[in-house]
Design a protein around this ligand. Structure first.
Ligand code: SF4
Length: 281
């Protein structure tokens, strides 16, 4: 069986950068805390915790000395609270997320209503919405579009969570245009996500089956799986080699592999070596 690994499988630039920053600050012996998990992957989180970085759920006067801002970024109020508490801030926000922050702040100053296409509960979306003074409108999917709300908006700036599916986002934008006369759309889906999505649109047709690797709480892995599954019913989403069933691979001459932006290289390598060792009848 041929194993075809996507070139873009695994950590994206922003996640690698955030992890490097986190490891460096832990090595310096700082008492570092972060709000939530550094990335949506249990193995990576475990390693970071072992390096001495503590996960907290909110900032308090007893928080510690140094706050690490994760790749997803944080709302402005988190930065001001950290300053009030005299915490040193290590900002590992991905530069591509920072770019989205800049856009929404600038466009709000220019009088535009901010609309974010993305998962309302995702940390990155909370961080983007938390850059502006007036409440941003977050739209998750076509079903969440309410014409009465949109009709009141005259000027809007639309940005997209960096890991969203471009086709879905464009579909939402075309509907928004029907209601909002002055709409400025910024495609803020990041380059690594676009490359991943372009690959996943090809691989399912070229392989007998597909395995998508990543944690079940990773939104970008879920999206890769959904695209793959639409194109090839024999698509599976696993977080470790233990979840792979031999029956999936029966009669398969090729298997395509890809992995979400928060999936570590070691998990991908383990799965490749497991698949290579299988003797399928
Ligand atoms: S998915 Fe894109 S925006 Fe998010 S951390 Fe990775 S490179 Fe940055």
């Amino acid at each position: 069986m041929q194993i075809n690994l996507a070139k873009s499988a695994g950590f994206c630039f922003g996640v690698k950068r955030a992890l490097d920053i986190a490891k460096k600050s832990a090595r310096k012996g700082n008492k570092v805390v972060m709000l939530g998990d550094i990335v949506h992957n249990e193995k990576v989180v475990r390693k970071i915790t072992l390096s001495g970085i503590k996960k907290i759920s909110r900032l308090t006067p007893a928080t510690g000395k140094t706050l690490l801002i994760r790749a997803h970024g944080e709302p402005l109020k988190v930065f001001s609270l950290a300053k009030q508490l005299k915490l040193k801030i290590i900002d590992a926000t991905c530069p591509m997320v920072k770019e989205i922050h800049k856009i929404v702040r600038k466009m709000e100053r220019a009088g535009y209503k901010i609309i974010v296409i993305g998962d309302s509960k995702h940390d990155e979306v909370r961080g983007i919405a938390g850059q502006v003074k007036e409440k941003a409108l977050v739209i998750e999917n076509l079903g969440a579009i309410h014409p009465n709300v949109l009709k009141k908006i005259k000027k809007a700036c639309v940005v997209v969570q960096s890991t969203q599916n471009l086709d879905n986002a464009l579909e939402i934008v075309s509907i928004l245009k029907e209601y909002i006369p002055n709409l400025n759309f910024f495609n803020t889906i990041c380059r690594p996500t676009q490359i991943k999505q372009a690959e996943i649109k090809n691989m399912p047709m070229r392989n007998d089956c597909m395995i998508i690797i990543g944690s079940k709480n990773s939104a970008n892995t879920k999206r890769l799986y959904e695209i793959s599954r639409r194109l090839n019913k024999k698509s599976w989403w696993v977080n470790s080699k233990k979840e792979i069933r031999r029956s999936w691979l029966k009669d398969a001459k090729s298997v395509g592999l890809t992995a979400g932006a928060s999936t570590p290289q070691e998990t991908i390598a383990e799965i490749i070596s497991y698949l290579s060792s299988l003797k399928l009848s």
